[in-house]
Write a protein that binds this ligand. Sequence first.
Ligand SMILES: C=C(O[C@@H]1C=C(C(=O)O)C=C[C@H]1O)C(=O)O
Length: 386
Amino acid sequence: MTLDLSEIRQQITRIDRSLLKLLSERHRLAFDVVRSKEITQKALRDEVREQQLLQELVKFAESENYQLDAQYVTQIFQRIIEDSVLTQQAYLQKKLNDERENQVHIAFLGKRGSYSNLAARSYANRYQKQCIELSCASFEQIFEKVSSGEADLGVLPLENTTSGSINEVYDLLQHTDLSLVGELAYPIKHCVLVSDQDDLSKIDTLYSHPQVIQQCSQFIRDLDRVHIEYCESSSHAMELVSSLNKPNIAALGNEDGGNLYGLKVLKTDIANQANNITRFIVIARKPLTVSPQITAKTLLLMTTSQQAGALVDALFVFKKHQIKMTKLESRPIYGKPWQEMFYLEIEANIHHPATQEALEELKEYSEFLKVLGCYPSEIVKPVDVA
Ligand SMILES: C=C(O[C@@H]1C=C(C(=O)O)C=C[C@H]1O)C(=O)O
């Protein structure tokens, strides 16, 4: 055994490359798996198989030979399985919707380096498409760019695990003819970015988007007398802090974006909640067909009568048809004080006859009902290992 650090590091580098090679091999097998399932029409996700795999791996991991922590191993393999499931989904979806174009124009909020930009890139990557980026100054502009055909897709944040729903996006969905065609969960990792400063106590002004400020409120409260400057997006904040180049100011943003603007990270992990994830939606002009082999979600917009129990009656339809509801959100109706519009997200494929039947029944309990879109669920809930 050697204790020479550079030699040990060489060994680590070699092991990391081997791990990467194995990950790539496993990733490629996802394509063989999905081609096989295309023939058999088997459901893409097999939770029993996933559970067996994980249980066996944990048993190995904890054995004498490996001595690895069960939770550590489980988390890694859950990520690997998620990649396999999402890779297979993207393959099926591309084929089903006959997408041959290799480029996709995506509109998003903010400049290069914004979270929306990173989410847009990640979405294009998943579908192995080159992303032509169209940066927008407002959510409304994203809708306009997709409507006019300037953009093929628009990526918008819908909810965040810390700050909740993004009302403005919900409200814009009320008036659109565009369709929801996708979702993606993107981990948000806020940090303090500076031009040149090593001491956090020297910072007296923070620049960022109101959502980011809200998500880091506990960290900000603990700072002494810091002034907040609200910006259009976190990328605007990063650009501004970079161009002002002062030692007393900082931007709250993400590390990748910060790199782009030549900023350095002064502090990481500053969000109130460690698991800070934003769910983005993807909009397009045409609705999508979702493969029956994939877990699909459908977003509905509905109003009910003002009578007692009207919403309960409507929701009961889902219970009766054994349809899982993944989200219920209400927003005021513009011009109708104290009346509410409901957004219902269900785990169901709109093309499935059982869903159609449930929606027909739902019409009886609603005054207005509109399908905003049906899309593959990209939130792969891990199976329980116990
Ligand atoms: C790879 C498969 O597809 C999915 C992914 C799995 C994995 O990555 O191990 C396991 C089961 C399925 O949910 C498979 O069916 O074997």
